[in-house]
Design a protein around this ligand. Structure first.
Ligand code: IPM
Ligand code: MG
Length: 367
């Protein structure tokens, strides 16, 4: 029997309760499809600071290194302890550190609006066309998030803050290949996002993506400035298949695109490093945050976390059938009318408001 080692880092806020549902669903899938997951849970984020004094405790990092992939919840509670320096807070010290440490340069964020959730989309029905289905491919280890220098210094009368946006040819090439290969398995169109009318980075991005695109004659490539891309997502989202973006633009546009899918609580993500032989190490997390306002109240939507497990089974563990079964089960639970608060509308007939655990149960039962 195929056996895999998974590090489960639930983190803060709604992380633990949605992780519980994801593990519940994985347990059902492993029984049905005949594989074994050795899942070890470990603290990260504020939970790491509370348990071991660090957002990414050494033992947690070691566990990740010994695992086949990481299933992650979410980290960061903006209101907690403002005296802890920003470099030591969970966003940078855990999340960005893991991305860099494991070379997770390719972030895939699939945005899909199921027909049954058309009411949850903020766009009028005529703008939703036959349905929205976009894959945001975000570069995750470069650009302004990591560029040096990055600092705040005192100057007369105030401060001066510097972030550096930097990309090299190989960094753009490898993410472009991921985007084109992803498009080959979909509707064969890549929209490359940049700001080539203003930024040096944008000019290089456009040149390199164009050159890489020559290797994929079956894929249509178009370029779009990021401001226009933000607008087009609202006006005509159905024009997009794969959008490839640098780190910061991808961060912003993927939240915007997620809103189209009804709720940030529906959006999973995969962060992948390079493939070595058969295996691709990956990091799987909901794209939404810790949602401290609803944490611990059985209100959070576990679907993003559950769909993240499907991405893990597909991309890292190569268990395609089990991945598809989880995705189908999510579809069935939605079609049956199960709605957490974020996707519930009182005017929808046949919809029932459910809590986090009931949604997890419905999905587990549908596998
Ligand atoms: C995301 C998040 C993170 C990011 C934050 C929490 C650091 O917004 O994964 O999109 O900016 O990358
Ligand atoms: Mg973000």
């Amino acid at each position: 029997m195929k056996t895999f080692k998974i590090a489960a880092l639930a983190g803060d806020g709604i992380g633990p309760e949605v992780m519980r549902e994801a593990i519940k669903v994985l347990r059902v899938a492993q029984k049905k499809f005949g594989f074994t997951l050795n899942i070890t849970e470990a603290p990260v984020g504020w939970a790491g600071i509370d348990a071991a004094g660090k957002a990414l405790p050494d033992a947690t990092l070691d566990l990740c290194k010994k695992s086949d992939s990481i299933l992650f919840g979410s980290v960061g509670l903006p209101d907690r302890d403002p005296t802890i320096p920003k470099e030591d807070r969970p966003e940078r010290a855990a999340l960005l550190r893991i991305r860099k440490e494991f070379g997770l340069f390719a972030n895939l964020r699939p945005v899909r609006l199921p027909k049954a959730l058309a009411h949850a989309c903020p766009l009028r029905p005529e703008r939703q066309g036959e349905g929205i289905d976009i894959m945001v491919v975000r570069e995750l280890t470069g650009g302004m998030y990591f560029g040096q220098p990055k600092k705040t210094e005192s100057i007369d009368g105030g401060h001066r803050a510097v972030d550096t946006m930097v990309y090299t040819t190989p960094e753009i090439e490898r993410i472009a290949h991921v985007a084109f290969r992803t498009a080959q398995l979909r509707r064969k169109k890549v929209t490359s996002i940049d700001k080539a009318n203003v930024l040096e980075n944008g000019v290089l991005w456009r040149d390199v993506v164009t050159r890489v695109g020559k290797n994929y004659p079956d894929v249509t490539l178009e370029h779009m400035f990021v401001d226009n891309g933000a607008m087009q997502l609202m006006l005509r989202p159905t024009q997009f298949d794969v959008m490839v973006c640098e780190n910061m633009f991808g961060d912003i546009l993927s939240d915007e695109a997620a809103a189209l899918a009804g709720s940030l609580g529906m959006l999973p993500s995969a962060s992948l490093g390079s493939t070595s032989g058969e295996t691709t190490f990956g990091f799987y997390e909901p794209a939404g945050g810790t949602a401290p306002d609803i944490a611990g109240k059985n209100l959070a939507n576990p679907i993003a976390q559950i769909l993240s497990t499907a991405l893990m089974l597909r991309h890292s563990l190569k268990l395609n059938d089990a991945a598809a079964a989880i995705e189908a089960a999510v579809g069935k639970a939605i079609e049956a009318g199960n709605r957490t608060g974020d996707i519930f509308s009182a005017s929808e007939t046949g919809a029932t408001k459910v809590g986090t655990t009931q949604m997890g149960d419905a999905i587990a039962a549908a596998i």
